[in-house]
Design a protein around this ligand. Structure first.
Ligand code: TYM
Length: 342
């Protein structure tokens, strides 16, 4: 079985629960972001109290140019609005507007053994990818834990690659609660039915750092070019060779872009269709699927106020939650002025 169909959809959170997720403004939104996480951000906002953050502090571990990071943050707000986040139904915030996330991360640092962060698989992966081995890179999942639980969120829509970070968040919560009393609930991931989308190489997870992405808002011609370059079943050499749709990333992606994917997979299996046909069809379907979102994004981008207005509305909505949690935390750990919030 290919990885992209490995996990069942998670049970839906109960309506009393709060949902939080974060996305790094480290590059253009791609199919992995959309199918693995953003689709769930949109679906969950209808029924739950949902908060989504552009985590610009996390992106400092890989984006080292200030003007570029600001632009990428702006662009990510547009992406999220275009895919369907509605500021009337969710709070869209910028992490760096809330220094309390860093304050809580510091407090969490003091309850977390170094070995817990050192063994995080993403830390090893990111170093292998050549990211600078900064204290920030090591501490990255602790800031992520703070992002989530400062809102006492219990459900976190993410892709499979974030499962280890969620596991660590739960451990940090338990360590804090053991030391200071029951302040935080334990967050759980919520997966889509595409928890790991593979890249155009057909083998590695689609990710900006691997350079194997299909950006969802790229020009149609660029999407065509990228999809046509996708690696299919490596054992299908000749047009007449039967394919194995279960290992072919192109066949797997068809699952999300049309109800006839079983026929498409059958065509590959029986060599009735060739890889080029299957890729061409996928490219057109991806372009069609994102066409209304691309149009919406262009409209939004024409309004110079929309991004900061959205972030200001989100910030106003969540500020009382942040203040209430941090008053509770400061009282529990014994820091800050006694008696009234800062
Ligand atoms: P980031 O910015 O790398 O990715 C954003 C979301 O997209 C998902 N994703 C994928 N899902 C399936 N297949 C893929 N190929 C794929 N690539 C990316 C990610 O799982 C993620 O859900 N550490 C987080 C950001 C973060 C965060 C948080 C998330 C910071 N604080 C608090 C949740 C809660 C990250 O690197 O996401």
């Amino acid at each position: 079985m290919s990885q992209i169909v490995e996990a069942p959809v998670s049970p839906r959170p109960s309506t009393a629960e709060r949902v939080f997720s974060g996305i790094q403004p480290s590059g253009a939104s791609h199919l992995g972001n959309y199918l693995g996480a953003q689709a769930n951000y949109v679906a969950l906002q209808d029924e739950y109290d949902t908060i989504y953050a552009i985590v610009d502090w996390h992106a400092l571990t890989s984006v080292h140019d200030g003007a570029e990071l600001r632009q990428l943050t702006h662009d990510m707000v547009l992406d999220l609005l275009a895919v369907g986040l509605d500021p009337a139904r969710c709070a869209l915030i910028r992490q760096s507007d809330f220094p309390e996330h860093a304050e809580l991360a510091w407090i969490f640092n003091t309850v977390t053994p170094v070995s817990w962060v050192e063994r995080t698989p993403t830390y090893k992966e990111k170093r292998q990818q050549g990211l600078e081995n900064s204290v920030g890179l090591l501490d990255y999942p602790i800031l992520q834990a703070a992002d989530i639980v400062i809102y006492k969120a219990t459900r976190v829509p993410v892709g499979r690659d974030q499962a280890a970070h969620l596991e660590l968040s739960r451990e940090v919560v338990r360590a804090f609660n053991r030391r200071y009393g029951d302040v935080f609930p334990e967050p759980q991931p919520v997966f889509t039915d595409a928890p790991t989308v593979l890249g155009i190489d057909g083998s590695a997870k689609m990710s900006k750092s691997a350079g194997n992405t299909i950006p969802i808002f790229a020009d149609p011609d660029e999407i065509r070019r990228l999809v046509m370059s996708m690696v299919t079943d490596p054992l299908r050499i000749k047009r007449t060779d039967p394919g194995r749709p279960e290992v072919c990333n192109v066949c797997q992606l068809h699952r999300f872009f049309g109800g006839d994917y079983l026929q498409i997979q059958d065509g590959e299996r029986t060599a009735r269709t060739g890889c080029v046909d299957t890729k061409g069809l996928l490219a057109e379907r991806i372009i069609e699927f994102f066409r209304p979102m691309r149009a919406r994004r262009a409209e939004l981008a024409a309004d110079p106020a929309v991004v900061e207005d959205t972030l200001a509305a989100g910030a106003a909505r969540v500020r009382p939650i942040v203040e209430a949690t941090m008053s509770e935390v400061r009282a529990a750990v014994g820091v800050g002025r006694v008696g009234r919030p800062r």
